[in-house]
Design a protein around this ligand. Structure first.
Ligand code: TYM
Length: 328
């Protein structure tokens, strides 16, 4: 059995991109592997968060995890700040990382370019992420394409630690979907679908109502052709919509091409909207049930207890290897 760890930030709405790129794989992996899934609130505060909204979003993302199919009995489901070892190992890894390698992170560049002041937390964000992963000695990290570079850095830090202090950390592998690792914006297929895009028409939020979803998909940009064909280089908009359809309807890309052969985009977009609604509507029903059940706090308490057992042991061993004097 392999160890799996991943996390999602509670900053704003989760999108269909998060679901297809990451959460669907969380649910799949929990059937065969030992999984840890967390809501990464310490990462969320690398950009300013309003305290009440952060609390609400943390509960909301936990409920979305469960609504999407994460079973807290199988997967330890917890909030990052509830397991203190994350902050502590994060600091230890910050001392191992180089400024140059952190400066090269495209997420940092994207979030900092053109800003007057850039938080130091945003800069060291990847060292905390490395700590998240290595605390559990994870073999696999299910993420979307945009996290690949952070995973590379995590691997480098694991190697660096092992060569300086002795072989201890497992070097993790990213687990990225072959199709769907990068769901693009509905209004611009050169940009990733993102919850922080100021145009709400560019993304589908998991908590958008079915009618809003239908409207957003009917307005999604296509091209001047009429062929439903998977060709990301020449037909990026249609290929993106096909990817979404494929994940939501469980159909292969070939099957979708065959189904809409010679039909233009109208019927395709209508069916696409229904496929997305058929995934999101039951997810929202489960979400509402979980939120009103009051069970979230117990789930998170148990999850943090299970995670802490593993994380505390790793942290203690790391500190010993680095030469920290143990308290007597
Ligand atoms: P976050 O919160 O930005 O996104 C959560 C997950 O969703 C994926 N994702 C996408 N996948 C496909 N298409 C998209 N448009 C799309 N948008 C987002 C992300 O790749 C990610 O897998 N740094 C992480 C959180 C994190 C983490 C970790 C992940 C903190 N510690 C440890 C793994 C392991 C992040 O910002 O994800």
């Amino acid at each position: 059995m392999k160890r799996v760890l991943s996390g999602i930030q509670p900053s704003g709405q989760l999108t269909l991109g998060n679901y297809i790129g990451a959460m669907q794989n969380f649910v799949k992996l929990q059937e065969t592997e030992e999984c840890f899934f967390m809501v990464v609130d310490l990462h969320a505060i690398t950009v300013p968060q309003e305290p009440a909204a952060l609390r609400e979003q943390t509960e909301s993302v936990t409920a979305l995890f469960i609504a999407a199919g994460i079973d807290p009995a199988k997967s330890s489901t917890f909030v990052q700040s509830h397991v203190r070892a994350h902050s502590e190992l994060g600091w230890l890894f910050t001392t191992l990382a180089y400024m140059g390698e952190l400066e090269r992170m495209t997420q940092f560049k994207d979030k900092s370019t053109g800003k007057d002041s850039v938080g130091a937390g945003l800069f060291v964000y990847p060292t905390l992420m490395a700590a998240d992963i290595l605390l559990y000695n994870a073999d696999l990290v299910p993420v979307g394409d945009d996290q690949k570079q952070h995973l590379e850095l995590t691997r480098d830090l694991a190697h660096r630690f092992n060569s300086r202090f002795g072989d201890f950390f497992k070097v993790p592998e990213p687990y990225i979907p072959k199709v769907g690792a990068r769901i693009m914006s509905l209004d611009d297929a050169s940009k990733k679908m993102s919850k922080s895009n100021p145009n709400p028409g560019s993304f589908i939020a998991l908590l958008d109502s079915p009618d809003v979803i239908r409207k957003k998909l009917s307005r999604a940009t296509t091209d001047s052709g009429r062929e439903v064909k998977y060709d990301p280089a020449n037909k990026p908009e249609v290929s993106n919509l096909m990817t979404i359809y494929s994940h939501c309807a469980g159909l292969s890309l070939d099957a979708i091409e065959a189904q809409y052969d010679g039909q233009g985009y109208g019927a395709f977009k209508k069916d696409l909207a229904e496929a997305v609604v058929s995934v999101i509507e039951p997810l929202q029903a489960r979400y509402n049930e979980i939120r009103s059940s009051g069970a979230i706090h117990d789930i998170l308490k148990q999850g943090a207890e299970r995670a802490s057992v593993v994380a505390d042991e790793t942290l203690a061993k790391t500190k010993e290897l680095m030469g920290f004097l143990a308290p007597k």
